[in-house]
Write a protein that binds this ligand. Sequence first.
Ligand SMILES: Nc1ncnc2c1ncn2[C@@H]1O[C@H](COP(=O)(O)OP(=O)(O)OP(=O)(O)O)[C@@H](O)[C@H]1O
Length: 279
Amino acid sequence: MSRPAEHIDDATTAQRGPGSTASTQELLLDGVSHHYVAGSGNIVHAVAEATLRIPAGQFVCVVGPSGCGKTTLLKVLAGFLSPSSGEARYGDDVISGPSYQRGVVFQQANLYPWLSIRGNVELGPRFRGVPRKERAERAERLLEMVGLPQFADAKPYELSGGMQQRAQIARVLANQPEVVLMDEPFGALDALTRERLQADLLRIQRQRRQTVFFITHSVEEAVFLGDRVLVMSPRPGRIVLDEPVDLAATYGPEVGVEMKSTPEFIEIRDRVAGAIQIV
Ligand SMILES: Nc1ncnc2c1ncn2[C@@H]1O[C@H](COP(=O)(O)OP(=O)(O)OP(=O)(O)O)[C@@H](O)[C@H]1O
């Protein structure tokens, strides 16, 4: 599949060469534990001793019972939260705050209602000083990629939930992140829209080879999307299963939803679901 042309807009991208938002570095959690102090003063141990290496360009899905610390891990990787102990690194850099290199997609598309869809997609590059012409081209290309070119001038309220979520993905990708952190991005969508967006996301990630850290409550979604599925235990969350998923090697990278009925898919899905029930 051909990779869409991109433009160089910063030194990091320039070093990687034009056209690439592919991740070049490993994402690492090294002995990360985190506790919150609740309003009552009680200590909530959210995550315990998470150690994880995510090679550049890998698609990692995370499943586990509600409240087991998945979002906490994502916030540490995003740099929104400093862990109580341990550290997160991207390449050689300790993650100590948010960065445009690591984009975050939330469950609800938090688009700015007063901006058009194009305005929302261009906002990040605009803040980073990307020239007008280039950010317009980038927005156009991304809106094409997520199937919304005819809605560029619409306001968010004119779009369905699934379309807003596509716009949010375009907005995050407009910053050319090397890592995309996704917190149940399709959780609020109906089944058909969800399947369509799963396929879109896989296509985009296979073109661009970003590293993806994707939280979901759906085991089927995790096995369909991930190169690897992690299962976390109930709070304090520990990684109790680290399951490689290499179905593209068997069925080819272009395989779609039909993969979900293959024996290999069902076997992995059952193993992951079993691990969630055991923990
Ligand atoms: N700011 C906070 N203050 C106190 N406790 C918190 C805070 N944020 C999260 N927690 C608690 O930490 C635990 C882990 O929360 P987290 O959101 O990481 O879990 P999760 O696995 O993402 O949950 P879900 O699947 O329901 O979204 C939960 O028990 C939650 O109540």
